[in-house]
Design a protein around this ligand. Sequence first.
Ligand code: COA
Length: 183
Amino acid sequence: MSKFPLELKLLTQADLSSILELDRACFGGLWTLESYQRELDSANSVLLGLHSPLLPVKLVAMGCFWSILEEAHITILAVHPRYQRQGLGQAMLYSLLKTAWERGSERATLEVRVSNQAAISLYQKFGFKTAGRRRRYYKDNNEDALILWLEKMQSPKFQQILVQLHALVCDRLNNFCWSLVNI
Ligand SMILES: CC(C)(COP(=O)(O)OP(=O)(O)OC[C@H]1O[C@@H](n2cnc3c(N)ncnc32)[C@H](O)[C@@H]1OP(=O)(O)O)[C@@H](O)C(=O)NCCC(=O)NCCS
């Protein structure tokens, strides 16, 4: 069976329209062009994307984190609705954590809507633990956010976990006819 090559890339100015397209498809317009531009311009922000040259959709997934001191604050994780539940979300999260680990991050954190069971389940699968709750954090519907943390990322144990996660990511993608080029 033929496979779709999947490439991880550091997103740049040239990807801005594809980024906005994916944002609209996943969130209905969460961040503006100016917000993404700021991320691309910031030395503390890492914006990664997954793309496959053979697909009509230019960007199938993206993720972003801020690297501040020893913390990686994950701010975006999104998979195009057409390609969800095929392992791309975990491939993207793995890539964010691996990149944060390479940059020396000790821990990762993020906020997630309490109703977003798909994302919560994904983060839990990767070892994130709930540390608290921000009441009415999301202004559009006054929904609470859960605050999740992943600790001890520079420990030898986490290095082993990354190896296991890599195998998990590759397996799932293979089952859905994706072939990883550079993850
Ligand atoms: C959350 C999101 C990134 C998951 O991406 P995905 O490619 O569909 O996820 P994967 O196929 O890689 O699934 C990995 C794990 O995520 C969880 N998951 C994903 N979709 C799920 C669903 N519909 N219900 C329950 N768990 C789900 C599961 O734990 C799954 O592991 P499993 O298949 O072994 O059970 C995707 O649904 C998305 O982009 N949602 C909209 C944007 C968003 O909410 N982003 C998160 C903001 S914090």
